[in-house]
Design a protein around this ligand. Structure first.
Ligand code: ZN
Length: 379
């Protein structure tokens, strides 16, 4: 038993990050350079720190069964199975998808057998784990997520004066064709899309506006065609999307809380200067098309339902005392107001870890909003 352990969390300064959002959340001056992600967890490359100076990763490694609980320690290889982030995007991120557990295991093994170094820029699988993720908006959050209903995309492409015969005969074939075009026809297609989007057909102004922004951010990148095939969403604060294996997505702009399985496996589909391996992306992509299921649970204790066994996200609105039953190891992050967690005060931007060996319910008091990350209930 060691109570509520306060965390100090590393910031990732990726170029697409917001200049102000993370500093604002943490209540400190903005550094004048981008701050993209705040990481809460025990990830080897950037673990959270405890007041003792020890990292959360070191603490858990000393006694995985005590801190995680025996079932979780056994199932997730003695590691915290999730990573919680605050993501603050001022610019669009790459178009990407994540593998299933079976795909990740096989891909990781094959790359090891081929002798591809873990740090090589063309390495696809950094580990053997899947990486489902959920993103919950803290501000209005723009994202591309999953393929739009094919009929609607055919209508859009027709209205833009783009070729639709190949598209209408199937998303997989069309996407593969686009991604494997030679340099010259590829440049022609991207230029054609850019020209067409400059005069948006009625009802498609937002989609075309984002396409133009992507063209300017990544000149000549064929990912803009992929982006035009996806659902464009604006999540309101408290709304979330779950991104299961194979879902093609791109975060465009906004601040959100993101919870994911403990993995780095990303297969990119463009809108990036980084490695894009088309064959591997096509192997994992799910071409199911249709509207996105936006998660918007209500109530003071709002649980976001997903199929991921690795994690569960809960948003707790504290206006008086709230008692939550324990669910093993958990991370808590206050995103507004001030909340006492088992008597310890956490202000906005502050966070804590509670190990599985901390007994009794979690008692929250005060006035604010807390995000809670626990292990999932799914098998
Ligand atoms: Zn992702």
């Amino acid at each position: 038993m060691q109570g509520v352990l306060r965390l100090t969390n590393p910031v990732q300064p990726y170029a697409w990050g917001s200049l102000t959002a993370i500093a604002d959340l943490l209540g400190r001056p903005a550094p004048g350079t981008p701050e993209a992600e705040l990481w809460l967890g025990a990830h080897p490359s950037a673990p959270s720190k405890l007041d003792s100076g020890q990292t959360l990763r070191e603490l858990i490694a000393e006694d995985p069964v005590g801190h995680l609980g025996s079932a979780v320690a056994r199932r997730f290889e003695q590691r915290l199975p999730f990573l919680l982030k605050v993501l603050a995007a001022a610019q669009p991120l790459s178009l990407q998808a994540h593998p299933s557990l079976a795909q990740a295991r096989e891909g990781f093994r094959l790359e090891n057998e081929r002798g591809v170094p873990l740090t090589a820029p063309h390495r696809n699988y950094k580990d053997a784990n899947h990486k489902p993720e959920i993103l919950c908006a803290l501000t209005p959050f723009h994202a591309l997520c999953g393929f739009r209903r094919l009929d609607d995309t055919v209508r859009l492409f027709g209205a833009l004066g783009l070729e639709t015969t190949r598209l209408a005969s199937g998303l997989r074939g069309y996407f593969e064709w686009v991604m494997t075009l030679e340099r010259e026809p590829r440049a022609t297609l991207v230029a054609q899309v850019e020209r067409a989007c400059a005069t948006p057909p009625p009802g498609w102004e937002r989609e075309c506006g984002w396409a133009l922004r992507l063209c300017r951010a990544y000149p000549g990148d064929v990912g803009v065609v992929g982006a035009l095939l996806l659902n464009l969403l604006t999540l309101e604060p408290g709304q979330a999307i779950f991104l299961p294996a194979g879902n093609l997505h791109a975060y465009l702009e906004g601040v959100g809380v993101e919870l994911m399985a403990n993995s780095d496996n990303v297969l990119r589909g463009g809108l990036t200067p980084k490695h894009v391996e088309v064959a591997e992306l096509l192997r994992v992509l799910d071409f199911t098309h249709g509207p996105v299921n936006v998660l918007a649970p209500s109530g003071a204790v709002a649980v976001y339902p997903t199929s991921a066994p690795d994690f569960e996200l809960t948003r707790v609105t504290v206006a008086g005392p709230v008692e939550l039953p324990r669910r093993g190891a958990e991370l808590l992050l206050v995103t507004s107001g001030q909340v006492r967690v088992n008597g310890q005060t956490l202000a906005r931007g502050q966070s804590a870890f509670l190990g599985a060996n901390e007994r009794g319910a979690v008692r929250l008091e005060g006035d604010g909003v807390v995000f809670r990350a626990t292990v999932g209930v799914g098998e």
